[in-house]
Ligand binder design. Structure first.
Ligand code: HEM
Length: 715
């Protein structure tokens, strides 16, 4: 029998061989191979295995000799690698890339006349909330500024259970019946043979499906607009999309459409900016939300209700159960009933943002579904997918999903059961009394479905009332400003130019002809179609008389101020301290931020000898990251910047993206280098003193100098 090695092992020797090394500010202990060891002591706890066994060395696996094979008995190594191997769970089949935050909903006043939902009964009552924003098509690692719908999912932990309002930043959807959802998602995601494109609608499969799905035309107008490239989650609207019901204590039902209105107004980027932001900062949106919350600049939305009754629904020219239609705000005004504030970032992204499970079927007494066939299908899909994604039926035990009100039921066991019943009873009816019998149903407090009368033949059919596919698409288009209309045409041209099959391009144009002749013409010219197709046969003739709805334009619903926005100041050594401080003061007064971009991240020495650290080195801080820019180099500094291609891009892009540009006289050669010196317009403002900084910020409230766009196209 082999003799057990009776030495005291190699560990004490290895420990003895350690020495001290200095890495700039850090004094570290290194082992014989130069690896760094940091040990417990004082406030630093001892590292343990999952079983609680203290770990002596987390840098080296257990080996037979210093250069020998790894021993299978190394339980710490095996446990660590085993756990790591299983860190991933399936990503969401759609909306995989998301970002969540905690907050609360504050109710403005009693809505008892229209709903008995507990969260709407008392003025000032707050309800904890968790919100997850997402893109739809891309995988988890895709970039934030893909042209895509944004998910806007809100979980409200009410005193009568969780209510999930699982909405989007667009009030309509691509399809009318949930049975088409798998086809739609297959078509939009990467093509199955090649596995690309990632997070893009600009490919054949998507447009092929769309060109054969005329019901999607209204949604197409929205996704080709700048709505799908928002500047920030905080500057976009949210919508519950479907018609829901509110039900009061007397059982009276009122139809409702839910809206979230951002307090800071709407804002989007332009497409060329989006493309560049995705390279410069693929986490642009999540970083923006994280920073806003961390700096105490809590984003807010107001909850708006569009309320209407059966009578309105009957005379409305579209079916209120059709999720490809809106009810214009001008027809049914929005009643603002409360505010949503996001004031806390997650502690752990995986535990909260990844494991959160929103589900349209989570509603509370006082809120109810309608027969919208998309909503009915969703009510099955979310719970079903989460069983797989979260690995079992107990995902309601995960804190982010658990109700914050008392809950009692007899569901038990299953994978990872955390909240387990105590006692003998796990069924009812039972004859155990005096509280030992567990929970019982409550006809008074319990959820009652609204007793809508239903009858009819069993049919697999689409209602004729869903057949108007173009009228509201047209209404959306004509409600946009000229610049916004141009962006829709440009987006369609861009996307269809990526489509390799000419017949698909032409087919899409045949639908556009039913929306707006000019739009179709514009796109056809952009694609260089040799021949205009005839308009696609419409299931129902489009109604041309629908009025413009100004609420549908982003530009018409911009912010009243520059609050929450960011100016990037390109500076060098010798920057005029007076101007820099005046600009900073003007921005602070407005509630906006100044970020310094400089040749080196270490910073610059200003004209008075003071030091300003930079947030970005010029090649990592392109102007696309800012809402407006200021060019404040010294004359000497300008000479250096002229040799830096990214400084030229900083100016050229800011100009092309219609930004307001504040500048010092010393910066003028930069405009020349950027090729825009002939075009210095009213959007370019000389910053010569405190007054001009105030004037600059006042102009920035318009967010973009829109007239430049037409001038540039003219050139
Ligand atoms: C009005 C139409 C729709 C809207 C507004 C919408 C919205 C959303 C949102 C916001 C999410 C992400 C939730 C999160 O952040 O975790 C999501 C996920 C999802 N949606 Fe939808 N969706 C719609 C239609 C549908 C339809 C018709 C289906 C299927 C029949 C569906 C199936 C799913 C699935 C399976 C997920 C992933 C859920 C998870 O893994 O947790 N959606 N949807």
């Amino acid at each position: 029998m082999a003799k057990e090695n009776a030495t005291h092992g190699t560990e004490p020797d290895a420990t003895r061989a350690r020495k001290t090394a200095q890495f700039a500010d850090q004094s570290v202990i290194t082992g014989p191979g130069g690896e760094v060891h940091q040990t417990a002591g004082g406030d630093t706890p001892v590292l343990t295995t999952q079983q609680g066994i203290p770990v002596a060395d987390d840098q080296n696996s257990l080996k037979i000799g210093a250069r020998g094979p790894t021993a299978l008995e190394d339980f710490h190594f095996r446990e660590k690698i085993f756990h790591f191997d299983h860190e991933r769970i399936p990503e969401r089949v759609v909306h995989a890339r998301g970002f969540g935050a905690h907050g609360y909903f504050e109710n403005y006043g009693s809505l008892a006349d229209i709903t008995k939902a507990d969260l709407f009964q008392r003025a000032g009552e707050t309800t904890p909330a968790f919100v997850r924003f997402s893109t739809v098509a891309g995988n988890k690692g895709s970039a934030d500024l893909a042209r895509d719908v944004r998910g806007f999912a809100v979980k409200l932990y009410t005193k009568e259970g969780n209510w999930d309002l699982v909405g989007n930043n667009i009030p309509v959807f691509f399809i009318q019946d949930a049975i088409k959802f798998p086809d739609f998602v297959h078509a939009v995601k990467q093509e199955p043979d090649r596995g690309f494109p990632q997070a893009q609608t600009a490919h054949d499969n998507f447009w092929d499906f769309i060109s054969l799905t005329p019901e999607s035309m209204h949604m197409i107008m929205w996704i080709m607009s700048d709505r799908t490239i928002p500047r920030s989650f905080c500057f976009m609207e949210g919508f519950g999309v479907h018609t829901f019901r509110l039900v009061n204590a007397e059982g009276k039902s009122t139809f409702v459409k839910f809206h979230w209105k951002p307090k800071l107004g709407l804002q989007s980027v332009v497409w060329n900016e989006a493309v560049k932001i995705n390279g410069a900062d693929p986490d642009f949106h999540r970083r923006d939300l994280w920073n806003a919350i961390q700096t105490g600049d809590y984003p807010e939305w107001e909850l708006g209700l569009q309320l209407f009754d059966e009578e309105f629904a009957a005379q409305f020219p579209f079916d209120v159960l059709d999720a490809t239609k809106i009810i214009p705000e001008e027809d049914v005004p929005i009643r603002r009933v409360g505010r949503l504030v996001l004031d806390r970032c997650v502690d752990n992204f995986f535990a909260e943002t990844e494991q959160v499970a929103f589900c349209t079927q989570n509603i509370v007494p006082g809120i109810d579904f309608t027969n919208d066939p998309l909503l009915q299908g969703r009510n099955f899909s979310y719970l079903d997918t989460q069983l797989k994604r979260l690995g079992g039926p107990n995902f309601t035990h995960i804190p982010v999903n658990a109700p914050k009100c008392p809950f009692h039921h007899f569901q038990q066991d299953g994978h990872m059961a955390m909240v387990n019943p105590k006692g003998r009873v796990n069924y009812e009816p039972n004859s155990w009394n005096n509280g030992a019998g567990g929970p019982r149903e409550s006809p008074e407090k319990g959820f009652h479905s609204y007793p809508a009368a239903e009858e009819g033949s069993k049919l697999r059919i689409r209602s004729e009332s869903f057949a108007d596919h173009y009228s509201q698409a047209r209404q959306f288009y004509i409600s946009q400003t000229e610049n916004e209309q141009q962006h829709i045409a440009d987006a369609l041209t861009f996307e269809l130019s990526k489509v390799e099959t000419p017949a698909i391009r032409t087919r899409v144009v045949s639908h556009l002809l039913n929306i707006d002749q000019h739009l179709a013409q514009h796109v056809a010219e952009g694609l260089r179609l040799k021949e205009m197709p005839r308009p696609a046969d419409a299931a129902k003739p489009p109604q041309a008389h629908l009025q413009k709805s100004p609420a549908l334009s982003i530009v018409r619903n911009g912010p009243p101020s520059f609050k929450g926005r960011k100016v990037g100041a390109l500076v060098t050594d010798g920057v005029d301290i007076g101007i820099l401080q005046a600009l900073k003061a003007a921005l602070e007064k407005e509630g906006a931020l100044l970020e310094i971009v400089a040749p080196h991240v270490g910073g610059v020495e200003a004209s008075d000898g003071s030091w300003f650290p930079a947030a970005q080195k010029v090649n990592g801080g392109p102007s696309v990251l800012y809402d407006a820019v200021a060019l404040l180099p010294s004359a000497d500094g300008t000479k250096g910047l002229l040799k830096e291609p990214t400084a030229r891009d900083f100016v050229a892009d800011a100009y092309a993206h219609l930004k307001f540009i504040g500048y010092s006289e010393a910066a003028l050669p930069l405009f020349e280098k950027a090729g825009v010196s002939d075009g210095l317009d009213d959007g370019c403002i000389v910053l010569a003193g405190p007054d001009s900084c105030v004037e600059f910020i006042a102009k920035c409230r318009q967010l973009r100098f829109w007239t430049r766009e037409a001038a540039m196209q003219h050139v």
